[in-house]
Unconditional design. Sequence first.
Length: 242
Amino acid sequence: MVQVCVNGGRGSGDGALVPLSPGAMADSAAEAVAAGASDIHVHPKSPCGEDTLSPKAVAATLEHIRSRVGVPVGVTTGAWAEPDPAARVARVREWTVLPDHASVNWHEPGAERVAAALLERGVAVEAGVWSGTDGAARFAASPLGPRVLRVLAEVTDPDPDTAEDSARELLASLGTAHGRPVLLHGEEGGTWPVLRLAGRLGLATRIGLEDTLVLPDGQRAVSNGELVAEGLVQYERARHAL
């Protein structure tokens, strides 16, 4: 499974190609799915382009994207969008249109409360476990671990020379991950080395403008669709190189 991460926390300062409006997100998601993405991760935005968990923004984003594609669509619940854990839980309970899944970063305060609120509403949970945090240890001890949809193993090391080693360390710290599937991905300079490692290990992965703005050769990507197409090439090449 290759998930497209449509925009992430990026904004207008990252270039006009980053989709910020519901319509632009839908267009970009549709192109990515046509290129081979089978799942979508998106950050709904406020009118000023900031990440938000507001019911209105979440509903508009999901409705626009679902009008264009038929694959699962997930959203973030990152603490940067709503720092107070109680307010984050309240937002989830206020959503009028529900995503298929939502990511919860396990190192963030209130993560289990947010995950429980999502599960109560019938929304699948992607457990975000970041390298360089205590997320793996907290997830290993979590009674909710066996109930998540999958683990998003996020390698935060942006160095292309060390990201693969960081990825292997993260995977080792996850252990059995409660038996849940693992999606492995990197970010910035570590994006492509970690994606290729996912291919060699046969793990799900993701690619998109949230994780990187450039192709493996350093050229600026023109769209999420281009990143997905190249991601699939790189993934399959790594998988068959064994």
